[in-house]
Design a binder for this molecule. Structure first.
Ligand code: GDD
Ligand code: MG
Length: 318
């Protein structure tokens, strides 16, 4: 079975960091977002199809010769085709029921259970659903007896049909992909789901967590969630205070790390306090307190920082 991962976005809200690293290759707990998604696929999915627009060259270089346990097919788009157009562009590689993921979400949705339900209900499409307080910046559904009767993409505030949002994880039958006109910019959410709603579109509400990792704050949160139970217990030169992850190649001296600090490969730091922060690869730091920041790759710092994204192409507070 195949899983399509939509990795076309520009990552605008994580600029200027995404001018250096395309968003799908930004790490979550030291593993690139897209690689993490591929690794998390249930065993029945043996192939991951990456629908790529921006960052194509970096993606090809990253996956070339790298064995992550699944067949990887990179499908390029010359121009962004939208979420639906990008899926349609992958149709030649699809052999049956297909999973589709928005490449920027981190969720606890159980794809095996979702697949069981999809088969049991004989759905044309099944969408993972998450409950939020303010649904207006998402896709919103009306759900009745498990069926999605209506789908609204980014409805105006006050007009939302419910608090259940599209969590960006789908199981789709080929007939849904075939409804998408080829070689055109098509939004699956605006152009296709409203047509399938009430006609074989089912919802799969889940609990646990859902993070759209598009902003500096949510990127940090997604990283902290991704530490899971794999945090570093001890590392030379570091006093670890709460869940944190320190790459084995990092060289630390007199540092206080955590809670929620993620230190990437080849980082060198001396006399630093790092909390609620993601430090990407090859960063050097001295004598600083760093809180709620995203820093790197290959940056040097020697002053205190808080709520700042620091990248080789510039820094922005958030
Ligand atoms: N290949 C390709 N080509 N991928 C694309 C394109 C494109 O033209 N446009 C967007 N994508 C990818 C993005 O990279 C992202 O992984 C995913 O499709 C969704 O696009 P976003 O731009 O992140 O959409 P959103 O976050 O505003 O809304 C979507 O996600 C919400 C959940 O986070 C929608 O699916 C909403 O309905 C949903 O609630
Ligand atoms: Mg998004």
């Amino acid at each position: 079975m195949e899983a399509i991962i939509l990795v076309g976005g520009l990552g605008t809200r994580l600029r200027p960091l995404t001018h250096t690293v395309p968003k799908p290759l930004l790490p979550l707990a030291n593993v690139p977002m897209v690689e993490r998604m591929v690794r998390n696929l249930p065993e029945v999915f043996d192939t991951a199809i990456l629908a790529v627009n921006y960052g194509l060259d970096e993606m090809k270089i990253y996956f070339e010769g790298r064995d992550i346990g699944k067949k990887i097919i990179i499908v390029p788009e010359e121009k962004p085709l939208g979420t639906g157009g990008a899926m349609r562009n992958c149709i030649d590689h699809v052999t049956g029921t297909t999973a589709v993921f928005n490449g920027d979400v981190v969720t606890s949705a159980d794809l095996n259970k979702m697949l069981e339900q999809h088969i049991r209900t004989k759905a044309k499409g099944t969408l993972a659903l998450w409950e939020v307080e303010d649904p207006s910046r998402f896709g919103v559904v009306e759900l009745k007896n498990g069926q999605i009767l209506q789908f609204q993409e980014k409805p105006e505030r006050g007009t939302e049909l419910s608090n259940l949002i599209n969590a960006g994880t789908y199981l789709l039958e080929p007939e849904v992909l075939e409804m998408i006109p080829p070689n055109q910019k098509i939004s699956i959410e605006r152009d296709i789901y409203p047509q399938v709603a009430g006609n074989g579109l089912y919802g799969f509400p889940f609990e646990g967590y859902f993070i759209d990792s598009g902003t500096p704050e949510s990127y940090l949160e997604a990283n902290f969630k991704s530490i899971g139970n794999n945090g570093t217990a001890a590392h030379s030169g570091a006093s670890i205070r709460g869940p944190s992850l320190i790459h084995e190649s990092a060289v630390l001296q007199d540092c206080i790390i955590g809670p929620n600090a993620i230190i990437g490969p080849n980082v060198k730091m001396e006399k630093c306090v790092i909390r609620r922060t993601v430090i990407l690869s090859d960063v050097k730091g001295y004598g600083s307190v760093i809180e709620d920041c995203v820093i790197g790759p290959a940056i040097s710092f020697e002053k205190d920082l808080s709520r700042t994204l620091v990248s080789p192409k510039g820094s922005i507070p958030f």
